[in-house]
Design a protein around this ligand. Structure first.
Ligand code: PLP
Length: 469
């Protein structure tokens, strides 16, 4: 679906009142959720006294309580009560071969058995993993491995400042670049500024320039106005739009950013934590044919195994990571580039290429998007729709992610719309679909016709609970 159509459809959804599931239909759903997930509830009741909030991850269904998972295989996951789900969370994007892919897991088990977890020194797998990344990504000549996407984003900012000698970093509103002090600014929703900044001193944002997505004039102004005030060192970009495409960008947006970076001698940093090796083996940079100066990579490079992150890019830029004391920038991590993560990276990328994981996951996502949009077309009173960037799918039901903050009742709108989306998700989850945040689905190369038909059945069921408007 093209940008203009997505925007128009979103606007229509926001113009309509939300369509909640009536209480008499919702109550039995809540009851079923509780009855089906007794063991999950027990775990949650104990965990919330030991772990703040009772859960570390807030990616999927947490209301009325989060579900504890037992295992995954292929496109399926099972919870501790034995319920089966078609998984569209895929661990928040890194799983594209499918869960428990034995050809991959065997390699990791071999490393653990024969080499142990880590020595704190380098291993040959580090070189092999770097070679694989460089082979696929047009903008990458050198790679520095780290332990998470958050760390890699932090490193990219530091590298950009050290290389350019400039201070300011542009962050596009609504995008997510991890939870470091400087990056928790206008996250999730454009224009929210320091709304989620509890615990972060204001000074941390002194050199962050917040730009609203698709505001071409604002973007240009940000480069121009800051030129005499330290200058723009770099701009962090999720090329498919903030929150992995939840805030889609105009087709000319990334092109304009690249041009301004060249004009003002600032670095273009693509955050490819989700898009790298998922949208394309060459990432968003290959997909859009725009070469960034720096690339941030995360979870998918180890396909779900821990210690996963890297900052990569042009050789001259990356060279600020080397040199003698006082000359090089300081970044590190004891377990960064440990042999297990590096073997996982090398083998995961090899297997994704061998099986054309991106192509297959994309093919399924295209078919599912079409089938869901056909189903939603039978309920024009709702206006639900789906769009996808390859195997990164978004479904829009209440549009809570797109409420403009300029509207007078923005907060009420967001809360009401999110609550209804949560109720929808409670139904789809307890009927066997595991999705992300009630708005997103990631596909893997193993999703098949059976998964597609079951997915449609669950959505049909949800639609049947919402009265015709
Ligand atoms: C685009 C993007 N950047 C950075 C991160 C942070 O990565 P991590 O959770 O590994 O710290 C994420 C996490 O989802 C992400 O989606």
């Amino acid at each position: 679906m093209e940008y203009e159509e997505i925007k128009t459809r979103m606007k229509h959804i926001l113009e309509r009142p939300v369509q909640p599931i009536p209480e008499d239909k919702l109550e039995p759903e809540r009851k079923r959720y509780s009855e089906q997930h007794k063991r999950s509830r027990e775990i949650f009741e104990k965990a919330k006294n030991l772990i703040p909030g009772g859960v570390e991850h807030n990616l999927s269904q947490n209301k009325p309580f989060p579900l504890a998972m037992d295992r995954g295989k292929g496109y399926r996951v099972w919870d501790v009560d034995g319920n089966e789900y078609i998984d569209y969370l895929m661990c928040g994007a890194p799983i594209i071969l499918g869960h428990g892919f034995s050809e991959f897991d065997e390699k990791i088990i071999e490393i653990i058995r024969e080499k142990g977890p880590a020595t704190g020194l380098t291993s040959e797998y580090e070189l092999l993993a770097a070679e694989e990344i460089i082979k696929h990504m047009p903008g990458v000549e050198m790679v520095r491995f780290l332990q998470s996407g958050t760390e890699a984003d932090m490193a990219a900012i530091r590298i950009a400042r050290a290389f350019t000698g400039k201070q300011k970093i542009i962050k596009i509103g609504g995008s997510y670049h991890g939870w470091s002090d400087q990056m928790v600014y206008s996250i999730h929703l454009p224009g929210t500024g320091a709304m989620q900044s509890k615990g972060i001193p204001n000074e941390c944002y002194a050199h962050i320039v917040d730009v609203v997505p698709n505001d071409f004039d604002g973007l240009e102004r940000a480069f121009k106005d800051n030129n005499d005030q330290g200058g723009i060192a770099g701009i962090l970009v999720e090329a498919i739009g903030g929150e992995s495409g939840s805030h889609p960008v105009h087709p000319d947006w990334n092109i304009a950013i690249r041009k301004l970076c060249d004009q003002y001698e600032s670095l273009l940093i693509f955050d490819e934590v989700v898009t790298g090796f998922r949208l394309d083996m060459g990432g968003a940079q290959k997909y859009y044919d725009i070469t960034p100066d720096l690339t941030v990579l995360g979870k998918i490079i180890t396909h779900g195994y821990p210690s996963s992150g890297a900052v990569a890019g042009r050789k001259d830029v990356m060279s600020v990571c080397t040199g003698s004391l006082g000359e090089k920038i300081y970044i590190g991590g004891t377990l960064a580039a440990n042999p297990i993560s590096m073997a996982a990276c090398y083998h995961a990328l090899k297997l994704m290429e061998k099986f054309d994981a991106v192509g297959k996951a994309t093919g399924y996502a295209d078919r599912l998007a079409k089938a869901l949009n056909d189903l939603f077309a039978t309920r024009p009173d709702l206006g639900f729709f789906v769009y996808n960037f390859g195997p990164i799918m978004h479904y829009v039901t209440t549009g809570f992610f797109s409420v403009p903050l300029t509207s007078a009742d923005a907060l009420t709108q967001i809360i009401t719309r999110q609550k209804t989306a949560d109720d929808y998700q409670l139904v789809t989850m307890s009927k066997g679909l595991c999705t992300l945040a009630g708005t997103r689905m990631y596909t893997c190369m193993q999703h098949d016709d059976e998964a597609l038909n079951k997915t449609l059945e669950v959505w049909e069921y949800l639609l049947s609970l919402i009265p015709r408007g």
